[in-house]
Design a protein around this ligand. Structure first.
Ligand code: BGC
Length: 250
C-alpha cells in the first residue's frame, strides 16, 4: 500500500483537504472543499478543518497551511484571513480541534514549494529552486537541494519603490486591466531582483495564473529558467501532507 498523509490548505475563499499519496503527490479519493468561514477567525477555521477531517474519516496526523508566516506553530501574520490569527498558536488550536492529534502548520507557499520541488515541476531540478505563487499576493518558497528555508515572504520585498506583490501579483493584472505582456514585464522586473540577490537555478510559477503560462512565461526576460507549477490546486494539500509526514515544522 502507498504511504499516505493528509493535507489541508487554508485559503481566503476555500479550505481544501485530501489524502495524499506521498510517493506520487496524487490525491487518493476526493479533494474536500468547504468555504472559508466569514469572519475567518481561528476558532471558525479550526471548526471547518475539523469538519473536513470528519468527512474524510482520517485519523492520522494532519499538515495544515495558512496564508501566514508561521514560526514554532504560531501564526505571525495574516494575509487574506482574519487578523485574529496574528499571535495565535495555530498548532495547539488545530490539535485541540482534532482530538489532540499531531499537527504541523506551515505557510501556504512553503507547502506548495515543498510539493513542487519534491514531486512536481522541480522534481528533477538541482540546486536552488524558488517557487512563487501569483494570486491576491505573491507567496514564496526557497529550497536548496530539497531543504526549505521557511517564511521567506519575498512578495513583500521592495522592487523599484513598490512591494513586489503590488507590482506583479495576478490581482494587479486584473485590477489594472493589464495585458499578459504588460503584466509579464512587471513579473520580469520582480524576478530580476530575486535572481540578482538569490541566484536560483529554477523559478517555478504557481497560482491560478500558471494555468495560462503559455500567455506570459514566453514574455519573461530573465536569465533563470521559469517553469509553470505542475500540481496546481493541490500543491498546498500535498506539501502540507509531506510536511507533517517528514516532521518539518517551521
Ligand atoms: C503573504 C504570504 C502568503 C502569500 C500567499 C502573502 O501576502 O504575506 O505569507 O504566503 O501572500 O498567500
Amino acid at each position: 500500500m502507498a504511504k499516505t498523509g493528509f493535507g489541508v490548505d487554508v485559503g481566503g475563499s476555500g479550505v481544501k483537504g485530501g489524502v495524499v499519496d506521498l510517493e506520487t503527490g496524487e490525491l487518493i479519493g476526493d479533494r474536500i472543499k468547504l468555504l472559508t468561514p466569514h469572519p475567518s477567525t481561528p476558532e471558525a477555521v479550526a471548526k471547518t478543518v475539523a469538519e473536513i477531517i470528519r468527512q474524510a474519516e482520517w485519523d492520522g496526523p494532519v499538515g495544515i497551511t495558512l496564508p501566514s508566516v508561521v514560526t514554532g506553530g504560531v501564526a505571525r501574520s495574516a494575509a487574506n484571513i482574519d487578523k485574529g490569527w496574528i499571535g495565535t498558536d495555530a498548532r495547539a488550536l488545530f490539535s485541540d480541534a482534532l482530538g489532540g492529534r499531531r499537527v504541523t502548520v506551515l505557510n501556504d507557499a512553503d507547502a506548495a514549494g515543498m510539493a513542487e520541488d519534491a514531486l512536481g515541476a522541480g522534481k528533477d531540478a538541482k540546486g536552488v529552486v524558488i517557487l512563487l505563487t501569483f494570486g491576491t499576493g505573491i507567496g514564496s518558497a526557497i529550497l536548496h537541494n530539497g531543504v526549505l528555508l521557511p517564511n521567506t515572504e519575498f512578495g513583500h520585498m521592495e522592487v523599484d519603490g513598490k512591494e513586489a506583490e503590488h507590482r506583479a501579483a495576478s490581482s494587479v493584472k486584473e485590477k489594472k486591466d493589464l495585458s499578459y505582456k504588460e503584466w509579464a514585464a512587471e513579473v520580469s522586473r520582480v524576478l530580476t531582483r530575486f535572481e540578482n540577490l538569490l541566484w536560483p537555478d529554477l523559478f517555478i510559477a504557481g497560482g491560478g495564473i500558471s494555468r495560462k503560462h503559455e500567455k506570459w512565461i514566453p514574455h519573461l526576460t530573465n536569465r533563470t529558467p521559469v517553469v509553470p507549477a505542475a500540481l496546481l490546486n493541490t500543491a498546498g494539500i500535498v506539501g502540507a501532507a509531506l510536511a507533517v509526514e517528514t516532521g518539518i515544522a517551521p
